[in-house]
Design a protein. Sequence first.
Length: 404
Amino acid sequence: MKYRLVQLLAITTILTSCRQNPSASLTANKAKGSPMVIQVSQHADAVTTEKYTSAINTFFEKNFGSRGFNGAYLIAKDGEIIAEKYTGYRDPILKTSQLGEHDAFHLASVSKTFTAMAVLKLWQDGKLNLDDDLSLYFDKFPYPGTTLKMLLSHRSGLPNYTNFLEAYKWDKKQYVTNLDVLSCLYKYHPPLQFPTGTRFTYCNTNFALLALVVEKVTGKPFHNYLEETFFKPLQMNDTYVFSQADYERSMPSFEWNNRKYGLEFMDLVYGDKNVYSTVRDMLKWDQAMYNGKIFADSTLMAAFTGYSYEKAGHRNYGLGWRLTEVDNGKKIVYHNGWWHGNNTVFIRMPEEKATIILLGNKYNRCIYKAKQLCDLFGDYKQSNNLFQDAETEGVNNMATGGSQ
């Protein structure tokens, strides 16, 4: 315990350069109507509680103090909330409705975690095999040798629909559906990015097709399967898969300069994106991967095993999950999201049963620095590193509006 307190103190020292007084910050936050909740486990002593409080407040003051943060975050340990905050507005221009616990954010590519686990649940139930060729689901699929596992691990080499639709002059007055993505692969047969199965490239087409596979196997719309299998059993009451009928009630998103995004031509494709959720519902999703009620240990092991190093180093990819493999043997399981003005981070540390969730609807790259907070819970060696993978990809995909 003494070692842990010393470690937490060291982390706090790293994070507290140029910081303000944490108690003053809490008072200011409450005055603004967006309080932080600190409720560390009753088993934690006062010193540990203060270390968590101080380090978390300092991180947000340092990274968001001058730029601001429009969104929500939640940090938990052993299923218990350590820190929770809602700051800003559903519409930061009009400022008519402050954010609260029931406001669902577009998860962007964090949605891929649901798609992946839906496929893995079907595999667990004996409804499909991960080595199935896509031709079993889509007659004469034009890219032979492509398997479900390759889609889940981004090793398919398939062209990214966020790029090839525009290349083939898709009429942007027409909304794209998942079936359109599939039919365009047949119609235009855009070239592979690399030979099927040979390496990793992050591609949204993979997960748009996986959502169609879920529908094919279950005979149900994708959103119905997620509701019946995950959302309702887990009481994720504020979580849903977006459709055009949800546009008026859904949370809008904004560029950093407050430019509001409307409904655009690729916004109806799901599987790669389009799950909306809250930080509290995402904590329920996190906890569902511990209790054994939905997923077997073997299913989780398959999901969290690395299959594709993105490049030489520590960044690997499982089946719908990003992984950071630390030299000391620790592993961070996570996914990022970016779509329009939405930035999202969902980080899990299974060894410590800790999670970090940040959801924002006004573009802010600092959200991706949340990985630094992992060192509050273990020796993950992240405090001096930026969350480079999401930031770099976000810049690279900005021309096409790519989802992370």
